[in-house]
Design a protein around this ligand. Structure first.
Ligand code: UFG
Length: 326
């Protein structure tokens, strides 16, 4: 990327978007942030130029592209509550699919042909083999995962027809926070394991519910692959460079390749916070696969991506620093 380039970040006031904005800005790139602030936080936009608006409005998107010469887009803006997507699929297909079509339409109008897209391991559905590689069948089991898969397919078709170049990055479980404490994980409502465990450590919740203790895993609880949000941010920048350098599409997993059970996460959080975490077994949550662990060998090979935070303890330490700040 050239230092004069403007990079548009949709959803840049959110969790992964704000960390990516920081990394890009620290590298000296100009960032333009758009966010509708439904779930994003204006306080998280500490770098670049912020424009509030919604991708459901093509004229708004046009106005942004008309005001700035955009080199490439990193597209985070989406709804991402798996459970909610089951009950309100229209909300997910509208925002995650239709609004992405609006963005792609305007990109075409302005001749912008590079996009890095936030995809997810939820596009795989129930894993048939572990660790999951990119050629694993994609059979998502909820509307959220389906909406992300639909966009991956749209990007492929637009690439064939219009020459769009895309990097679809399939995240495993994003965790942790900016080590400088400038941005972090803040969801309302919060449904994610690590921040909820911290709420217990801080006395804001009585206990953490463990969703299922009878899974076919060593301790009976679900296993996930946690990846630090700053490592995700780095991979987005490497993916932008890859599109520019290679001018071909890229699809890759972003994870650490290590699985941790819910009980292991809680144990490590107890060590980091030095607090006892009360737990209660409440039975499985609908749609939770027992094990989701990805192979990130492809990202490492093609992007020379090397996650800085390989241990869950290091990831949780950064998250705790953010979560327990005064
Ligand atoms: N869990 C609990 N109790 C809680 C919350 C979570 O036991 O109160 C468990 C879940 O069952 C799961 C693990 O902790 O096994 C992690 O759950 P999170 O809600 O933190 O994350 P998910 O794995 O459900 O979701 C993440 C992303 C989604 C993405 C999904 C892919 O947040 O965007 O991975 O499966 F779609």
């Amino acid at each position: 990327m050239d230092l004069n380039d403007n990079i548009l970040i949709t959803g840049g006031a959110g969790y992964i978007g704000s960390h990516t904005n920081k990394e890009l800005s620290q590298k000296g790139l100009n960032t333009i942030i758009i966010d509708n602030l439904v779930y994003g936080h204006p306080e998280f936009v500490k770098w670049g130029k912020f424009i509030e608006g919604d991708l459901n409005d093509p004229d708004f998107i046009r106005s942004v592209f008309a005001s700035f010469s955009i080199k490439a887009v990193i597209h985070f803006a989406a709804f991402a509550y798996v459970g909610e997507s089951v009950h309100e699929p229209e909300k997910y297909y509208s925002n995650n699919v239709i609004n992405t079509l609006n963005l792609l339409q305007v990109m075409r109008e302005f001749g912008v042909s590079q996009i890095v897209f936030s995809s997810t391991c939820a596009t795989y559905g129930l894993p048939k083999a572990t660790p999951i590689t990119e050629d694993h069948p994609q059979q998502p089991i909820n509307p959220y995962g389906k909406s992300k898969l639909m966009v991956e397919q749209v990007l492929e078709d637009y690439s064939n027809a219009y020459g769009l170049k895309h990097a679809s990055l399939r995240y495993f479980n994003a965790a942790g926070a900016d080590p400088d404490g400038e941005t972090g994980e803040w969801h309302e409502p919060e449904t994610h394991l690590i921040p909820l465990v911290f709420d217990v450590a801080l006395g804001k919740r009585k206990q953490i519910e463990i969703f299922g203790t009878d899974y076919d895993t060593p301790d009976g609880t679900c296993i996930r692959d946690y990846i630090h949000v700053t490592d995700l941010a780095d991979a987005h920048i490497l993916a932008l460079d890859y599109l520019e350098r290679e001018n071909i599409n890229l699809i890759c997993n972003l994870g650490n390749g290590n699985g941790y059970s819910v009980k292991e996460v809680i144990n490590i959080a107890e060590q980091v916070t030095k607090k006892k975490i009360q737990t209660i077994d409440t039975g499985p949550r609908m749609g939770d696969p027992p094990i989701l662990v990805g192979s990130a060998e492809k990202a490492k090979r093609l992007l020379s991506w090397e996650p800085r935070y390989a241990s869950l303890e290091a990831i949780i330490e950064t998250a705790w620093k953010w979560h327990s700040r005064k």
